[in-house]
Write a protein that binds this ligand. Sequence first.
Ligand SMILES: NC(=O)c1ccc[n+]([C@@H]2O[C@H](COP(=O)([O-])OP(=O)(O)OC[C@H]3O[C@@H](n4cnc5c(N)ncnc54)[C@H](O)[C@@H]3O)[C@@H](O)[C@H]2O)c1
Ligand SMILES: O=C(O)[C@H](O)COP(=O)(O)O
Length: 387
Amino acid sequence: MYKIQTLNAISPKGLNRLPADRYIVSDHSTDADAILLRSFKLHDYPFSNNLLAVARAGSGTNNVPIQTLSESGVVVFNAPGANANAVKELVLAGMLMGCRNISPAMDFVHSLQGTDAEMSVAVEAGKKQFGGFELPGRTLGVIGLGAIGVKIANAARSLGMNVIGYDPTITIERAWQLDSDVEAAPNLDALLAESDFITFHVPLIDSTRNLINAASLQKLKDGVILLNFARNGILDDSAVLAGLESGKVYAYVCDFPSNALRTNRRVITLPHLGASTREAEENCAIMVVDQMRDYLENGNICNSVNLPNVKLRRTGLTRIAVVNQNNPDMLGKISHVLGQAGVNIAHMLNDSKGNMAYTLMDVDSVVSEDTRVALSAIPGVLKVRLL
Ligand SMILES: NC(=O)c1ccc[n+]([C@@H]2O[C@H](COP(=O)([O-])OP(=O)(O)OC[C@H]3O[C@@H](n4cnc5c(N)ncnc54)[C@H](O)[C@@H]3O)[C@@H](O)[C@H]2O)c1
Ligand SMILES: O=C(O)[C@H](O)COP(=O)(O)O
């Protein structure tokens, strides 16, 4: 039986894909083979030695200690694109809420008192405070053209906006999906200087921390609307608040509240709702559960953030799965141990990602526990499984 620990609520649409005769799913297992989670902060978590996989039912993995897990040969999965439409829809709503002043206008209506007739007079007198502007002809800057950024860029084009994007590491797949009228910004500063709205869709990593700070704020157009549905920390909140104060920033729409943000009337802040739709929760759960299960049962890897994609059709009597450091002669050492044990490799795939590598072999014979232990003892080998 495989033991799966859930650290957040995972959609039953995903969990139901784990057959009860092979999987025990619990939220308090101490020796889990795999962990399923959403935004649970895993950095100080006491991992068991049994742990083989961590599956993040979502996109961002900044809550997962990838380096530490890699050092123990644990594969980390995520669900690329599975919640992208949900985020796209909320960003579009955020743009409209920002440019039509919907949040302060609703507050104004909530504050009204008196009869309907009196209210009608107050509405007509008060509405001029909330006059806004329209989207067509305005320029949207999209920083990060991944699963979410591309969907937003294309949707904004269909709403009549000019769109410029910035992503120095855009993949070929995403570039193909992008509306051909989306302009590529030559650099970040050019995007900052030309955009009426700027939306951020990058992971939180060292190079994306404080992309908007006191200095870069000065490069923005006056009256810009900023949208952060990526992560807290990508914009420096104190710089944004100063920009709101000076009028440089017209509105800030953000999925990551703080005390300073939630009390500012020009900030619309939501409780990290980007991926919280039934559809996104189901898509993410199904994607990561299927990936995790194929890894546990067959050793195949798809959509891992720390190991390469490796998928081998099963043949042979035994499958050997080896997670190892990406060092010279690892394959030579692995084949040597198998040769000494009289094991013939029928099919093999090997690939690497950064300093991690993975080798999947189908062999013609039963492999002994002694041979598995001998493989595990090779310096640089992190995990060996017989499947
Ligand atoms: N609010 C939410 O609920 C919610 C939901 C999903 C994702 N997110 C966040 O949004 C982020 C993006 O999600 P995604 O699914 O589009 O991820 P993704 O991996 O598909 O896309 C990220 C893109 O950012 C680009 N990038 C990286 N560094 C960059 C930089 N310095 N400048 C410009 N581009 C850069 C990458 O090349 C990639 O194309 C996630 O990492 C997560 O933090 C939030
Ligand atoms: O990175 C993500 O996928 C989002 O931030 C969603 O997080 P959640 O699964 O906790 O809603």
